[in-house]
Design a protein around this ligand. Structure first.
Ligand code: BYC
Length: 317
């Protein structure tokens, strides 16, 4: 390995970085990295952090209407976990030189993205279960490989996040199992929620590989470990037996086992709908961003008080 010092030339720094990636070692905040790598990491980590924070809204909407004290406690804990995930991820972005206040500013002014899935409404309590099962399930499928992402702070944040997401997925599935053992109208609610969330969940993995501008470079850098289509297929294969056990169907007439491929074949998501949602024109984009902005504005006094307290404590020391 190249020994790095203040006198190291740019081409040596680049080859040290390339060697680190080739050896599957981690890039740490103190290490030199190409500007494009830094930019990609900030982009992905910030989008991920924003998704966790905006992702609190669809389910948070049901906290006051949870059907029992137990369900309410579980949902509160889950939504708080998502806030925690957002915080680790903003911290990881800060290790790359990003400023948290600036990232939030970009989010609320529509200059940075968050996951398309959170722009769909939650119309019944079954949606809470379906989000846990399918949305957290898709998130786990996407994020477990990210535990091996080449950027150290991101990979390490992912380990803890995935542990919590797997609890979230199980609570969603358990909620749905309970509803499926209930009345006909509860079973209908579950099926309707599955019908509404199945395609948006498949879109969480991003556009098809041949329309994904970032995948090739991110794979070469070890930022992403699988392509969007590979993970989407893995998710479909994993979800079909779970749906059968639950007693629901997916709204896809082309979904069937392909023995030759050893995978399920499935239909094509509506990519026009995906891009419309990503560009800000989904059913709830405006509402989600406006809510985030008002929470941020109303929390200004808390941030100011915390800063004043920190300055006073430092003065006393
Ligand atoms: N929604 O070249 P591509 C959670 C954008 S939170 C919106 O394939 P990349 C949870 C993409 O950013 C789950 N935008 O991009 C929380 C790019 O635009 P820019 C969040 C999307 O980065 C609370 C363009 O489309 N998970 O689990 O290689 C409650 C082209 O795409 C989406 C993460 O953030 C989308 N679905 O791959 C419950 C995981 N897909 O930036 C649950 C980390 C694509 O060039 N992120 N775009 O302007 C990733 O793994 C990758 O960033 C993606 C996209 C697979 C999402």
């Amino acid at each position: 390995m190249t020994v790095i010092s203040d006198q190291t030339q740019p081409d040596e720094l680049q080859s040290h970085f390339d060697e680190t990636i080739a050896r599957e070692r981690r890039i740490e905040p103190r290490d030199w990295m190409p500007e494009a790598y830094r930019k990609t990491m900030i982009r992905q980590i910030a989008q991920h952090a924003h998704s966790e924070i905006i992702g609190m809204q669809p389910e948070g909407n049901w906290i006051t209407r949870a059907p029992s004290l137990r369900r309410k406690a579980v949902l509160l804990a889950k939504v708080q976990d998502e806030a925690g995930h957002g915080m680790y991820l903003y911290s990881a972005a800060e290790t790359l030189g990003a400023d948290r206040a600036d990232l939030t500013d970009r989010l609320v002014h529509g200059r940075q993205k968050y996951s398309s899935i959170f722009n769909y409404p939650t119309l019944s309590y079954a949606d809470v279960g379906v989000i846990g099962w399918l949305v957290d399930g898709a998130a786990i499928c996407n994020q477990v490989p990210l535990c091996r992402s080449s950027y150290g702070p991101y990979g390490r944040a992912m380990v803890r996040i995935c542990k919590e997401e797997s609890f979230h997925q199980r609570q969603g599935y358990e909620l749905l199992m309970t509803m499926m053992r209930g009345t006909d109208s509860q079973r209908d609610m579950v099926q309707q929620a599955v019908d509404r969330f199945w395609w948006p969940a498949l879109m969480m993995f991003g556009p098809p590989d041949d329309e994904s501008p970032n995948t090739e470079q991110s794979m070469a850098w070890g930022v992403k470990r699988h392509t969007n289509d590979e993970l989407r297929q893995r998710f479909v294969d994993m979800s079909v037996p779970q749906a059968e056990k639950l007693g629901v169907t997916f709204p896809d007439p082309d979904l069937r086992w392909n023995a030759e491929r050893g995978h399920y074949d499935f239909g094509t998501p509506d990519w026009d709908e995906f891009w419309a949602v990503v560009k800000g024109n989904g059913p709830c984009n405006a509402q989600r961003v406006a809510h985030r902005k008002s929470a941020h504005d109303e929390g200004a006094w808390v941030r100011e008080a915390a800063l004043a307290h920190a300055a006073k404590s430092a003065g006393r020391r």
